[in-house]
Ligand binder design. Structure first.
Ligand code: PLP
Length: 370
């Protein structure tokens, strides 16, 4: 049985008619830029995320970039970011001219460790960027406490965390301005690039709208040096359609994760595999189901040979990327991030994976590691 790492074959056929209807509405509206579909989606997503405002943009990277820009972060400033994040969080810091300061994650949750956060704060620190990695909410209460104590901004990277919560409050609703991505494979994904910022602050919401549209609110009058990063009208329509399914799809991800956790437990008990752990008060929406083993490369090859897809999120931590050589970091500087990069493997995870498929994957993992 072939099992891909990810597949739209389980979700998209059920949406086909609705998607075509959405396209027809879009086409017939003859209004293709920042029209009603964008406005409706922004309203729906703000309500879903329990924030006053949502501002749609072209992708998640731009959302992170614009959030930092609107908060006035720039040259000479330092921004704290987990050492094991996806490169986009770090790129956004570089785009505004600030310096990324890496802080190690907890080895059990893979999320920013609030216990070591304070030690990284200097007089130049302006913001903290928690990343709800793999779909698990960061320990937002402690992070917000530290940020408030030091007068720092918080920009959550919620690209992987749609509907995750910490103490019942949704990720993407804690920080000053938060960013998310609707890249097609995300828990809520468009059929192309898309992203958004969320905030409760009206002025920042207006500034985000200005920045995404050439720095202009009134046509041909430019207040700031902005970007062209508008959320595409058709993608907004498709996102509104998919939003109605997000809760069900999330519930299904939890079912799949539960089965993985159950069937792989003997390997974990034998010390041969590390399973994902959800920290107290956090919820996990399993954007990815990430296991760890010293035999990661062998396991990935074995799964490939048996027709099972898997991916590594992520093989090289940001401080060791060629693009960041100029920061002068070396192997060994962030051992937890490096350990995760060397041992992690993401197993297939998407709504409607069947119980039989999951058992097949778990059996193969077992066969390889036992
Ligand atoms: C954690 C994280 N941050 C940011 C991004 C960037 O989003 P996008 O690909 O929409 O630019 C992604 C996804 O790709 C991500 O996983």
């Amino acid at each position: 049985m072939k099992i891909p790492f990810n597949s739209f074959a389980t979700t998209h056929p059920q949406l086909r008619e609705e998607a075509i209807k959405t396209f027809e509405n879009f086409y017939d509206s003859q209004y293709y830029m920042l029209g009603n579909m964008v406005k409706n989606f922004e309203k729906q997503y703000a309500a879903l995320n329990q924030t006053k405002h949502c501002i749609g943009v072209a992708n998640g990277l731009d959302a992170l970039h614009i959030a930092l820009k609107v908060l006035g972060i720039g040259e000479g400033d330092e921004v704290i970011v987990p050492s094991n994040t996806y490169i986009a969080t770090v790129l956004a810091i570089s785009f505004v001219g600030a310096t990324p300061i890496f802080v190690e994650p907890r080895i059990n949750s893979y999320n920013l460790n609030p216990d070591v956060l304070e030690a990284a704060i200097t007089k130049n620190t302006k913001a903290i960027m928690p990343v709800h990695l793999y779909g698990q909410a960061c320990e937002m209460e402690k992070i917000m406490e530290i940020a408030n104590k030091h007068n720092l901004f918080v920009v959550e990277d919620n690209a992987q965390g749609h509907l995750a919560t910490y103490k019942g409050k949704l990720t993407g609703s804690f920080g000053h301005i938060n960013a998310t991505s609707f890249y097609p494979t995300k828990n809520l994904g468009a059929l192309g690039d898309a992203g958004a910022m969320t905030t409760d602050n009206e002025k920042w919401a207006t500034d985000c709208m200005t920045y995404r549209n050439y720095g202009s609110q009134k046509r041909y009058y430019n207040e700031v040096i902005g970007l062209n990063s508008r959320l595409d009208e058709l993608q907004a329509g498709l996102l509104s359609m998919k939003l109605n399914y997000l809760q069900d799809w999330t519930t299904d991800r939890l079912r799949i994760a539960q089965q993985y956790l159950q069937e792989l437990q003997p390997l974990a008990e034998a010390g041969k595999l590390v399973l994902p752990k959800t920290v107290e008060n956090a919820s996990h929406v399993y954007h990815l189901f990430v296991v760890r083993t010293e035999k990661r490369n062998e396991l990935q090859q074995f799964l490939t040979d048996n027709g099972i897809g898997s991916l590594i999120h992520y093989p090289i931590p940001p401080h060791l990327q060629e693009a960041y050589q100029h920061l002068g970091y070396q192997k060994g500087d962030f051992p937890i991030a490096e350990e995760i990069a060397a041992t992690c493997l993401s197993l297939p995870m998407y709504p409607y994976l069947t119980a039989t498929q999951i058992t097949e994957i778990c059996d193969k993992v077992q066969l390889c590691l036992i």
